[in-house]
Write a protein that binds this ligand. Structure first.
Ligand code: CMX
Length: 434
């Protein structure tokens, strides 16, 4: 057994006992109030899920096992003091709750390299889709095709004891995380480089290898990928991609199906697809105004026009956050350090000044501040990765780290199938006294 798997089972056994005790002895304790609004407005704020890997605070933003993004940048292992954290280390932290050493991170990296084998039929599935299929459609189809290798499926069919579900789930999650950069890069090269593929470089870390297989070897891009794949990894349990993964896994679907379901949710414009929407929308702005260096007044007018057309401003707002997203801040800081004199990034920076007062002035937007998607595309554009329809795939590769660590915990704790109750409109009206 690998060291990571051993450490996981050492943590999981007592945690499962705690979980059962909490459920059995304290199950009737009330923990929140449910109103008509909380149900009809997207279940926001209902304490409905257990998530070990991260917690989102509306004012402060995300903390991964208690650590903020600046703290991760300080404390997680890096290749050099001026580099960004290695996402391998974040996975270790989210899975075990402890900060990894350099050796721990190296071991995970080596293990993922060994597991990064993609069967031929998966490439055939990707190739069978036409070039006008969305990269996210290729990505989810490939993920489902990978399920032929599911160790969980094999173990379940062989009648595994439910206490051991976590074991084959661990194998699937580790294999899938290792395979994702290979299929993501394959999809990128298929769509944008006539299918000319680049082999993995086993000397590189998980992030740099993804950049390499996509065709980018610059040290600054490698740094950006480490940052990108770290900050998008998790956002507690209630966001659409995490919740969908958890929900589908609760039916004991294998990790490939569960994560595939999460990715179909990530592909929605109110969630991860917003990262490509931002680029399309700014390009529309540039096209309509007729200059790549619009004035603040011109940007302001374009925003007003978007709102007047009954559209949302992509990259702004959030269902939980009520302040600027620290993932936005981390990317802005990166741009400040490495991406000077970039007119596109200048527009993104100007929007940060212009959009919040406009949204705030509408009187209905709960959070007028930018989220992670407002910045990410402009950084990729800066380094020549201009193919916006691919951006949500990159988000998805990163999101695997959090949602797969979470479903591994779901299995280890022995969580039950998720099955909330629904009611008719008449029932709600009756409750309202109408
Ligand atoms: N532009 C214009 N209007 C917005 C807005 C925005 N960026 N954000 C919210 N609103 C509007 C809503 O559409 C809603 O309008 P109606 O009452 O007319 O339907 C009203 O303000 C209230 O919405 P809210 O409670 O503030 O926001 P929600 O929690 O319902 O939705 C979110 C959150 C993110 C879907 C929303 O802010 C939005 O659509 N943002 C733009 C898309 C985006 O950037 N998504 C990415 C989020 C991060 C991620 O998951 O990757």
């Amino acid at each position: 057994m690998s060291t990571l798997k051993n450490k996981f089972v050492e943590k999981a056994v007592p945690a499962a006992a705690d979980f059962k005790k909490l459920l059995k002895e304290y199950g009737s304790t009330e923990i929140g109030k449910v109103t008509i609004e909380s149900v009809l407005d997207g279940m926001k704020g209902i304490p409905a899920l257990l998530c070990l890997t991260s917690k989102l605070d509306s004012q402060e933003g995300i903390r991964f096992r208690g650590y903020s993004i600046p703290e991760l940048q300080d404390k997680l292992p890096k290749l050099s003091p001026t580099d960004e954290p290695l996402p391998e280390g974040l996975f270790y932290l989210m899975l075990l709750g402890d900060l990894p050493t350099d050796a721990d991170v190296k071991e995970i990296g080596e293990e993922w390299k060994k597991r990064a084998i993609v069967p031929k039929h998966v490439y055939d599935v990707i190739d069978a889709l036409p070039l006008d299929s969305a990269p996210m459609a290729d990505f989810t189809a490939a993920i489902l095709a990978l399920a032929t290798g599911s160790e969980f499926l094999k173990a379940y069919s062989a009648g595994v004891n439910k206490k051991d579900y976590w074991d084959s789930t661990y194998e699937d999650c580790m294999n899938l995380i290792a395979q994702l950069p290979v299929i993501a890069a394959y999809i990128y090269r298929k769509h944008y480089f006539n299918g000319s593929q680049i082999a993995a470089d086993p000397s590189l870390d998980w992030s740099a290898n993804l950049a390499h297989m996509m065709g980018y070897d610059d040290a600054e891009i490698q740094k950006l990928f480490r940052l990108y794949l770290t900050i998008h990894a998790d956002h507690e349990g209630g966001n659409v991609s995490a919740h969908a993964t958890h929900l589908v896994a609760s039916a004991l679907s294998n990790p490939y199906y569960a994560y595939g379901a999460g990715m179909l949710g990530l592909a929605g414009p109110l969630h991860g697809y917003a990262n490509q929407e931002v680029i399309a929308w700014v390009n529309d702005m540039i096209g309509e105004i007729g200059t790549s260096t619009p004035s603040k007044q011109q940007i302001h007018d374009f925003c007003e026009k978007t709102i007047a057309a009954g559209r949302v401003i992509p990259g702004y707002g959030h269902a939980v956050l009520r302040k600027t997203d620290p993932r936005f801040e981390a990317q802005r800081e990166f741009a400040g350090k490495y991406c000077q004199n970039d007119s596109f990034i200048q527009i993104i920076n100007d929007l940060y000044e212009i959009v919040p007062p406009i949204l705030g002035g509408l009187g209905k937007v709960k959070n007028p501040w930018p989220n992670v998607d407002a910045y990410s595309g402009s950084l990729l554009m800066h380094y020549g990765i201009t193919q916006a329809p691919f951006y949500t795939v990159l988000f998805g590769v990163s999101r695997a780290l959090g949602v797969l660590a979470s479903i591994l915990w779901d299995r280890a704790l022995g969580m039950q199938i998720e099955r909330p109750s629904s009611f008719t409109m008449e029932w709600f009206k009756e409750k309202a006294g109408i």
